[in-house]
Design a protein around this ligand. Sequence first.
Ligand SMILES: O=C(O)C(=O)C[C@]1(C(=O)O)C=C[C@@H](O)C=C1
Length: 366
Amino acid sequence: MSSDEQARLGQLRDEIDRVDREIMDLISKRAECAQEVARVKMEAHPGEDVFFYRPEREAQVLRRIKESNPGPLSGEEMARLFREIMSACLALEKPMHIAFLGPLGTFTQAAALKHFGHSVVSVPLPAIDAVFREVESGAAHYGVVPVENSTEGMINHTLDMFMSSPLKICGEVQLRIHHHLMVSPKHKDEEIIRIYSHQQSFAQCRQWLDTHRYGIERVTVSSNAEAARRAAEEPGTAAIAGDMAAELYGLEVLAASIEDRPDNTTRFLIIGREEVPASGNDKSSILVSMRNKPGALYQLLEPFHKHGLSLTRIETRPSPSGTWAYVFYIDFEGHVEDEQVSRVLSEIDEEAVELKRLGSYPIGVL
Ligand SMILES: O=C(O)C(=O)C[C@]1(C(=O)O)C=C[C@@H](O)C=C1
């Protein structure tokens, strides 16, 4: 290294050290403000269940950061940094217990960390209904469950849980899903005779498997983290799973991003016990059952058209009790506090056998 280069780097690193100290002082000031916010909330609601996590406020903060970011870091990158700062500030107020479809290393865990940041207590559970129960009982503050995949469609188990659960949808988060074929470095010289994965992951990589690993036995297991765990132990096996599972079980990636569609994305819902106030850019979800008669679907959709509300999804599910002919799961833009939304809902209510409001929540920011 030339002495000129050394001198220049020395100056720049001194500058970086100075900036780091300033950032640290400012983050500490921000954390003290969050602690003060917690005191104010507790004083205002003595003896009550205080909601420290404010999804609408977090969405507003992250949106503002993205919009006002001067660069050169991208808006997404800057928002991710602030996501972690807010997560640490919230943990000072109250550490959040987040239940999710486990085990550790699943895409649902990755979605939970993307949404809440890393300063949370992770509660991996073996099934979607167990996540609902954990939040319903109050053992976890919030839950994270997958609801739809861009390649494979809806996750019906999650939709069906809302028919009986009192929980509300408090948020959504989308995750680009990259699947990798992975093996244990201990067994990598052996011929692969079996591949483990979750049924959804097999479906999302079907064409790649048919082209590149045709004829190898495919064994479906409960999650792709479980697939990675098995591949780590059993010689002659591989797993299809994501980065977190590869890291957790020390597997080596043989073929990366083998999903058939490059835009393969899963949407996850955040479930909780309380309703979320409007954030300024929100979505709502409802379950509606209509009488089995001609024009029922038209009657259901007409108020949305009349009041100019955009539907983002409509799904039909079979009724759990024989009394409902159809159950429609509907997502649309807007918040129940909006006048048009409350008009649409009361018009639907007049025609429906049952209307269940699942919640209004900020449109995913990250
Ligand atoms: O504004 C609040 O209510 C806070 O508690 C502060 C704060 C933050 O760090 O900005 C922390 C947690 C909440 O989820 C939202 C925002």
